[in-house]
Design a protein around this ligand. Sequence first.
Ligand code: MOS
Length: 725
Amino acid sequence: MAEGRVEGISKVTGSGKYAAEYKVDNVCYGVIVGSTIPAGEIEAYHLDDAKEVAGVLDIITHLNRPSIPAFENEESIKKSGFSLPVLHTDKVFFKGQPIALVIAETLEDATYAASLVTATYKQSSFNVDFDTTHPSIPLAGTGKERGTMDAWSNAAFVADAEYNIKHEVHNPMEMHATIATWVSKDKLKLWDKNQGVNNVQGTLSRLWKMPAANIEVISEFVGGGFGAGLLVWPHVLMTVMAAQQVKRPVKVVLTRPQMFTLVGYRPQAWQKVKIGADKDGNFLGILHQSKHSKSVYDNYREGITRISRMLYKIPNAKTEEATVSLNLSAPTWMRGPGDCSGAFGLECAIDELSYQLKKDPVQLRLQNLATEIDPDTQKPWSTNFLNECVEKGAANIEWAKYRKAQPASVKEGDWMIGYGMACGMWFAGRSKASAGIKMQKDGTISVETAMTDIGTGTGTGMQNIAHDNLGIPKNKIKVNLGNSNLPAAPSQGGSTGLSTMSGAVVAACNEFRKKIAELASVVDEAYKHVNPADIVFTKNGVALQTQGNRPVSYENIFAKNNLEIIDVQATSGPGEERQKYAFCSGAAHFVRVKVHAKTGKVKVDKIVSVVDAGYVVNDKAAANQISGAAVGGLGMALTEEQLVDHKLGCVVGNDLAGYHFPVNADAPIIDVSFIGKPDVNINPAGAKGLGEVGIIGMAPAVANAIYNATGKRLRNLPITPDKVL
Ligand code: MOS
C-alpha cells in the first residue's frame, strides 16, 4: 500500500485551512440576497428595515455598487465573457439570482438583515420546464459526420430509444467561499474556494482591468470540486465589490441552498440513441441526439454525443445536439461533463442491442471497441487498453460464472440479482504548466505550483514524481500549491491535473539537476562537465554515480555560492505528439445489483472498475479517485435529482435533505484496478488522466444490471424505487 497523502495530516487534524477558515483582521461578513421571482426587472429595493439592524455596514445593490470596469455597458459586458453581470443589471433571469449583498460586522447580523431585504419587481413570464419545452427545439449537427444513415437503416438489429437524466448538483462538502481584501488601492488578495487560482486571478484581472500580478489568489485546501470550482461565480465578484465599498476585508460563504443555484449544476438532458448492427453484432451505424438545459443568460454546451464518435468502430455516425434555455441559473461542467451523460444513452443502447442479438455485452464490446484508431480524428490512439479493461473487469467480477443471459432469472428470496457493465472514455488532455523546486540548506526541497489540489492527490503525485526523479527521500520533499504567486498552472479539472503537472515537475527536476551541477562545480570542478542525470542526492549532499563519487556537501554548495536558497523553475506542455496521436483514458465498470421485488429498492452490491490511465503515479490516491467517482455514478444512477417547481419557477428541496446523494452506507466495496501501462507519448511520467473515467459509464452499468435483474429497461435517471416497481 502506498503511503498517505502529503496533506493527509493537515486535513484530518484540521490544521489545513479552507478558504473560509483564514483569520483576516478586521473582516466583515457579506450575505447574498436572492431574487424572489424567476424573471423580470427590479423596480425598487426596500432596505430600511435591514439598515436598522445593528452592525450593518452597507447593503450593495445594482444602484450603489462600485462598478466593475468590464461591466461598463452592455457591449463590454458581452465582451467580458462573464455570463451574469451580477449587480450590474436590473434584470432577473432566475429565482435566487443575487440582487443585493448585505455587509455587517458579524455573520449573524448580516444573515438577519439579509432576511429583511425585499424588492418590488416587474414580473415577466418564465419557463423552467425542460421536458415540455425541448421537443420544439430543433437539433443541429455537431462533430464530424461519418458515412450515411442510409447505409444502415435496414440493419438486421437496431436499438432505438430515448433516455433522460435529471438536473444534478455538484454539492462538494466545502461550500464555496471567498474572503477578499484590497491590500492597497490597486492590490487585491483573495482566499477563495476554486479549482484554479490562476483562472480566478486572470478573470478578476480582466474584469477589473488591473494587472494579474496585483491580484493574489489562495486556494490551498479544497473540500471537493466536481467542476463547480472551474468558473469564477458571481459571489466572488460581489465579495470583491463589497471589500471595495466598505474598505475592509469581506467574507462571503454560500449557504447550502445557495450552492444549488450559484455555482452551476449538471444540466437536465434528453437523448435519443439509434444504433444498428449486423447479424454478427458488428456495429454499422449510430445516430445520437441530445438536448440539455441551460440558463437564458449563458451559452453552456455539454457535448453529450461526443463519446459516440470515439468509443467504437462505427462506420456511419451522426450526432446532433441542442440546448434549451430556461429561467434557471447557469449549468457548468460536472463530474465527467458531457461524456458522462452521453455514455448513459450510448452504453444502455448497446446493452439493449446485446439482448436483441443474444450476445454477451462483454463480447459485443470487445468486438466493437476502437482501440487502434480514434474513429473521430482518424489518428492512432497513443494507447488505448479498453479491451483489457473489459476483459479484466469481467474476470474480476466472475461475469462468465454468475451473469445470466436471461433477465430476471436469479432470485435470492425477495431480491432479484443482476449483472451489468458499461465502458467509459475520456480524452486524456494535458496543458502547459510550470513547477518550481526550492532547496533549503538542510537539503530539504519543496516542489511548488499554483495548481490547486481539489482532493485528487495532485500534491502527493508531485512529491512522488520528484522523489522518483531525484531520489530524495519523500519526507524531505514538501509540496506547496494553490497560490497564484507560485509557478503558473492551469485549473485542475477534466482529469488533466497530474497529466499536466507531471511534465512540469519532471522538467523542474531536470532544471534542478542542472543548477546543482553548476553550483557544485564551484566546489569541485569535476561537476563542470557531468551529465546532470549522473548526480545522486545523498543525505548531506550530492555525489556522482560515475567518475569516482566526488561527494560535495549541501553546506559547501550553499556556502561557496553564497546562497540562502536554491531555486529553479521550469515549464512544460504538450507538443507535436498531439498532432500525431489521439489520447484517451478508458474504464470498464461492472456491477452486481440486488433489486427488491416488493419495495423496488436497488442495492448495488458490488462494483468492479478497471481503468486504463497510463502509468499510475500513486495507487492509493488513484484508487480513491475512482471509488469516489463510482459513488458519484451511483448517485447519478439511483438518487440524484434536483426537483424544479414549474409553477414557482425555481429549484425546490435545494438542501441535503431534499437532494439525495449516496453516502458510505449506499456504497459497496468497490474493487478498483488499473492496467498501469505507461503512455510514453503523453508526458514524461506516462500518466494519463484519471477521475472522470471513474464515473463515465457507471450509471449505465447500474441501469443495465437492473435490467438483467428484473427484465425492466429503465431509461430515465435516477432509477428510484417507484420506477422499478
Ligand atoms: Mo471536473 S467536471 O473534471 O472538475
